[in-house]
Design a protein around this ligand. Structure first.
Ligand SMILES: [Zn+2]
Length: 189
């Protein structure tokens, strides 16, 4: 199952060059109250040693909805993948986006989770029926639209119970674990 990121756009998206970020992506990036895009870095470096800066895209925008949908459908239809892992959707907290051009209420609200669910549901309508969509972590607002969660769970005691798998509803598959107990590793997911 191939990995894509469902949330970030590299601000220097062709080597060190700003290829499409400013020209295409920036209008659909999340913005703070000053109109500045929210940027994140995860430790990776550009070839000149500077940190890679990734813009958090706004899921309410048609551009980002279409980009993720088209990428997933291309992987399934052209490359025949049985599923796609869309990173970060159920792992990252919503961003307080103040860009009035995006059509959602400014700041917080359920528009963020509604937008991601709408994005995934649109993919579901177009994808082959036997393909699956998965994401990272376990945020409950998205259980209704995704097939699986890659859930790393820190396990430190022997008292873990399979609470989440038993309550996850449509999320039929929960996979992955981070075992931190030295010898008595548990199977919690
Ligand atoms: Zn926005």
């Amino acid at each position: 199952m191939p990995y894509i990121n469902g949330r970030l756009w590299d601000t220097r998206d062709r080597g060190k060059e700003d290829f499409q970020f400013t020209a295409v992506a920036r209008p659909a990036a999340t913005k703070d109250e000053a109109g500045k895009p929210y940027l994140e870095s995860y430790g990776s470096k550009e070839s000149d040693g500077s940190p890679v800066q990734l813009a958090v895209m706004c899921p309410a925008t048609p551009l980002w909805q279409a980009k993720v949908r088209q990428t997933v459908l291309r992987l399934m239809n052209e490359y025949g993948t049985k599923g796609v892992y869309i990173d970060q959707i159920a792992a990252a907290a919503p961003v307080l986006c103040f860009d009035r051009g995006h059509g959602h209420p400014t700041g917080g609200g359920h528009w963020w989770t509604d937008s991601y669910n709408a994005m995934v549901e649109a993919i579901r309508r177009e994808k082959p029926a036997d393909r699956m969509l998965t994401t990272e972590c376990n945020a409950e607002p998205y259980v209704k639209s995704l097939d699986g969660y890659l859930t790393g769970t820190g396990v430190a005691t022997t008292r873990c119970r399979p609470f989440r798998p038993s309550t996850a509803g449509r999320s039929r598959c929960s996979a992955g674990r981070i075992a931190v107990a030295p010898r008595r590793t548990l199977l919690c997911e």
